[in-house]
Write a protein that binds this ligand. Structure first.
Ligand code: CAA
Length: 246
């Protein structure tokens, strides 16, 4: 089997780390990217995946120039990118009337602009080589909206339109572009919520529990397989039944 190179943004986050693990176990060489400001966090990440072909390259995905630099550096130090998983994401929850401009801008920049920057950097090479897999990590809250998340839901819903449009543009070049939309997953992001609000949300999940990072990672890994080439422009909900639609 050809060993592909996969880049995971937000790679040392809760869901990102598990995506790195699954992709590496599936035979990819993996480069996680994230802010590199906390060396202890990076070391803990790499130690946790010791023995797997996973490297770390620091980058600020909210910065267009840094995204270009990052993808060029990965091409030189490792090999060209075959698989891109956009898992970098932040929340800055507040009701609209209380939301500061910076809370809007930061969420749109990291959760949506970054997807444009990274895809812009990898898509020409993927198209030229005739193979690519792009998976964008969205959210159930893009489908339902959520109290206090006008910024986050707008960014993630924007990701859906972006995904379908890009999927059409690159389908003939062997590149697929899909979204995975997690529900509430056990990560620092959901742990940071007010516990009474989180408990109320979790109580309403049909499956009866929050998701695990691996619930998400295994679906991402499936979409990145060579044989998943007929799935493109799709949104796969992985939300324990929180939102059902067809
Ligand atoms: N539904 C209805 N009313 C709500 C509410 C809710 N979820 N949350 C707060 N309110 C009401 C309060 O009852 C209160 O009403 P009164 O003034 O009539 O008493 C009023 O709103 C308080 O307003 P505040 O602006 O002061 O709200 P707050 O600071 O207490 O809480 C919030 C705001 C932090 C955004 C809170 O609503 C909240 O945590 N919402 C959920 C956000 C959420 O789900 N985030 C997910 C993070 S994880 C993630 O995003 C991953 C993923 O993809 C799923």
């Amino acid at each position: 089997m050809t060993q592909r190179l996969a880049v995971v943004s937000g790679g040392i986050g809760g869901i990102g780390t598990q995506i790195c693990r699954r992709l590496a176990e599936a035979g990819h060489r993996v480069v996680a990217t994230d802010l590199g400001g906390d060396p202890e966090r990076v070391d803990a990440f790499l130690d946790g995946l010791a023995g797997l072909p996973v490297a770390f390259e620091p980058g600020d995905v909210g910065d267009a120039d840094d995204c270009e630099r990052l993808i060029a550096d990965i091409g030189t130090r490792h090999r060209p990118v075959d698989v891109l998983v956009n898992a970098a994401g932040i929340t800055r929850d507040a009701r609209l009337v209380k939301m500061e401009r910076a809370q809007w801008d930061d969420v749109l920049r990291i959760n949506l602009d970054a997807v444009f920057h990274l895809c812009r950097a990898v898509v020409p090479g993927m198209s030229e080589r005739g193979f690519g897999r792009i998976v964008n990590i969205s959210s159930v809250n893009a489908q339902t909206g959520q109290f206090g998340q006008t910024n986050y839901a707008a960014a993630k819903a924007g990701m859906h339109g972006f995904t379908m449009s890009l999927a059409r543009e690159v389908a003939r070049h062997g590149v697929t572009v899909n979204c995975v939309a997690p529900g509430y997953v056990d990560t620092d992001m959901t742990r940071a919520m007010r516990s009474d609000i989180r408990d109320q949300i979790v109580a309403a999940i049909p499956v009866g529990r929050v998701g695990s990072p691996d619930d998400i990672a295994r679906v991402v890994s499936f979409l990145c397989e060579q044989d998943a080439g007929y799935i493109t422009g799709a949104l796969l909900p992985v939300n324990g039944g929180m939102f059902m639609s067809f």
